[in-house]
Design a protein around this ligand. Structure first.
Ligand code: BDP
Length: 698
């Protein structure tokens, strides 16, 4: 009850009739347990049946009621139709109720053990959600190949932008101590279809590539393997200098190239299924090929060549904004990367954040999506809530992920959604990927905030199928984690789905962005200016002045809009046809400008800030009604966190409105309560030890 079990609660099925139905179906299970994955499946089934049905299933070949078999091992009479078999990929599965007179009542089949594992988790989910199994027919395959968590974990166990304690990787005690948490981590990830993990921070340390650390990495890889989780590492571009004793890390230098090849060979000797490297290069002070006047392609292709003989991949991040040619930061990744389209090696993915600035509460999709048809683009979402309330705000992120995935890039005509770009279906791209920056730490419940678990869960589900609805994900997670009672699931689904718009409203309404406090990013900071570079300040982004507010990204401004398809450029160039949610992202708008509801921009800004606060109040009211359905620890903790969230929502509203009022010089509407403090007070709040970042950063 402390949240450790995540969504794999396997609570007793109370309804006697339903339990009876489930018990009969799961009495005897036929399963091949010769592989390590087979053993994991057996363990999971035992645990689940014990928990939900208080039943110990028999594992036998004799008259099984539940048959779990790879397609190749099925008896002829039970083989599914060929078109069904053809429709699933190597990780896919099919679950069917068997209509015949055979004793087996349910069949779970797949082409691989991995597929069977996913099939079994999906089957168990049906039981957890109290679904009727009499006519079960589920055939499913992941739509994206590489479904990864990215841990921003440092070797000293601090986590960059982590809000759930320290890193779960206990490097000191590895490789000898394999914590149960490692196994449970892999199991939880497998249950939602995640198949890879990058263990280390993108702001990388070269030490992870040293022999003593690679032994530790191998121990983790061994622990994860039965669950189908591949291990990846971040590669610090200057590693050949730092740990290799070379004088340069120039990607065209033969010695450097050989060093990486040898390093790859060394890694693969330990970890034959090592996934590959994730690289942050020439971004925010990280070394990279530009240091040697070489391009991103030179850098990525050198690493790609090193891992290619071992089937490894390179994920090269597009999160760059140049020191030399400062332009609207929203434009820079596109400007730097589009000219390279088609020149990366086959095993390179370019990893692109969902938006062009940086994981804001709301951003339009990144213009790179759809703009590099010859290059596999990997989506990067942030699950950890760096800009969405850190450790204390309840925000259901699948709503944000869904919004981005369903935006239309128009790259191959109408309907060319970001989801399709990422899944490779528009260009028949085989190598596809999606990454979520993890929100996991060594907190007992993994994620700190009990509801942050939903974001890990939701990321995994959307990585499996980017077309899934946030609503479905919310219902699943609530049912599996807390209760399937509609009196709980219904109001809580609405709460989750509305929580994302609430945070946008009280932090960055109407297309505002990058308004947070400096460095640690906790709390409001629209007044932030005079930092090392302009595009780290808030004033650069909101541009509030006596005339209005917002960043002109049309042709009269930075022209970032021209990086989108003509359909979008045309619609958003016109203030009248720009969706209001992106208004101040693309336009500098007069304070008195009338929005669709006939009220001024100033009025609407205030309205949104207030709506955000009201929504949190509503969340608190809903939560109070949920007490009967939730265990005490989670109930109390969430209750207290929601009250922090309310205070912080008010803090955002009051401080931002006071700040902007200096420019608008307009009265606040009556519905805005008087701020309890002065603007000066809000501006003076400093928190050098805010979580998720080492104070030395500031
Ligand atoms: C920013 C974070 C910073 C990360 C960077 C990145 O503030 O800590 O290192 O993104 O993604 O959002 O590389």
């Amino acid at each position: 009850q402390d949240g450790y079990k995540l969504w794999l609660q396997y609570k007793t099925v109370d309804d006697a009739k339903l339990r009876q139905h489930y018990s009969e179906l799961n009495e005897a299970i036929s399963l091949d347990t010769t592989s390590s994955t087979g053993k994991v499946i057996q363990k999971e089934l035992k645990l689940a049946m014990q928990g939900m049905l208080s039943q110990k299933p028999q594992f036998s070949e004799e008259n099984p009621t539940l048959l779990i078999r790879k397609v190749a091992d099925l008896p002829k009479n039970l083989k599914p139709k060929q078109n069904l078999i053809d429709s699933i990929n190597d990780e896919g599965f099919s679950i069917q109720t068997i209509p015949s007179k055979s004793t087996a009542k349910i069949l779970i089949t797949a082409k691989t053990d991995q597929g069977l594992l996913y099939g079994v988790f999906t089957y168990l989910k049906q039981l957890q959600l109290h679904k009727d199994l009499t006519e079960l027919s589920i055939t499913d395959s992941p739509k994206i190949k590489k479904r990864l968590l990215n841990h921003w974990d440092n070797l000293d166990r601090t986590i960059e932008r982590g809000y759930a304690g320290f890193s779960i990787w206990d490097w000191h005690l590895l490789p000898n101590l394999i914590k149960q948490e490692y196994i449970d981590y892999a199991r939880a990830n497998a249950s939602i279809g995640i198949n890879g993990t990058v263990l280390t921070n993108v702001n990388a340390s070269a030490y992870i590539l040293q022999k003593n650390y690679l032994e530790k990495v191998k121990a983790l890889a061994d622990a994860f393997r039965p669950y189908g989780i591949q291990v990846y590492l971040t590669a610090r571009f200057s590693a050949p200098i730092e740990i290799g004793g070379l004088e340069t890390a120039d990607p065209l230098n033969e010695e450097v190239r050989q060093w990486w090849k040898d390093k790859a060979t060394e890694i693969y000797a330990e970890i034959p299924d090592f996934g590959g490297f994730l690289v942050k290069a020439n971004s925010e002070g990280q070394p990279g090929p530009n240091n040697y006047n070489r391009s991103h392609v030179d850098g990525a292709n050198m690493l790609a060549e090193a891992v290619a003989p071992h089937d490894g991949i390179v994920m090269w991040r597009a999160f760059v904004y140049s020191d030399e040619k400062p332009d609207d930061r929203a434009k820079q990744a596109y400007t730097e990367f589009v000219p390279f389209d088609g020149t990366f090696k086959d095993n390179v993915l370019v990893q692109v954040k969902n938006g062009a600035i940086d994981f804001q509460p709301r951003e339009p999709f990144h213009p790179l999506f759809g703009a590099m048809p010859e290059t596999p683009l990997m989506m990067e979402f942030q699950i950890t809530q760096e800009y969405l309330g850190g450790m204390s705000h309840l925000v259901f992120l699948p709503k944000l992920f869904e919004e981005t995935l369903q935006e239309d890039t128009f790259s191959q005509g109408k309907g060319s959604t970001v989801a399709k770009v990422v899944a490779g279906s528009l260009t028949d791209t085989q190598l596809t990927g999606i990454a979520g920056v993890s929100n996991i730490g060594n907190a007992r419940n993994w994620t700190g905030h009990p509801f942050a678990q939903a974001n890990w869960y939701g990321f995994g589900r959307l990585a499996w199928n980017p077309e899934l609805k946030a609503k479905t994900i919310a219902q699943e997670w609530l049912g599996m984690t807390f209760s399937t009672d509609p009196a709980f699931v219904k109001p809580m689904t609405s709460l989750l789905l509305d929580s994302r718009e609430a945070v946008v409203d009280y932090m960055t309404p109407l297309g505002l962005h990058h308004m947070m406090a400096e460095g640690h990013h906790q709390g409001p900071g629209p007044w932030v200016k005079d930092l090392g570079r302009e595009d780290w300040t808030s004033v650069y982004y909101h541009k509030a002045d006596s005339l209005g507010i917002g960043f002109d990204r049309t042709a009269t401004g930075s022209d970032a809009l021209s990086q989108y398809a003509p359909e979008i450029e045309k619609a958003y160039s016109n203030i009248e046809t720009t969706p209001e949610k992106y208004l101040l992202w693309f336009h500098h708008v007069p304070w008195g400008y009338k929005l669709k509801n006939g009220k001024t921009l100033w009025y609407n800004l205030a309205r949104h800030y207030q709506d955000g606060v009201l929504e949190v109040e509503k969340m608190i009211n809903t939560w109070e009604q949920m007490k009967p359905y939730v265990d005490e620890i989670a109930y109390k903790k969430t209750e207290m966190l929601l009250s922090i969230q309310l205070e912080e929502a008010q803090w955002w509203r009051d401080s931002c409105l006071l700040y902007f009022q200096q420019f608008s010089k307009m009265e606040l509407p009556d519905f805005i309560p008087k701020a309890p403090h002065t603007l000066k007070y809000y501006e003076s709040i400093r928190d050098p030890y805010a979580p998720g970042i080492k104070p030395s950063w500031d």
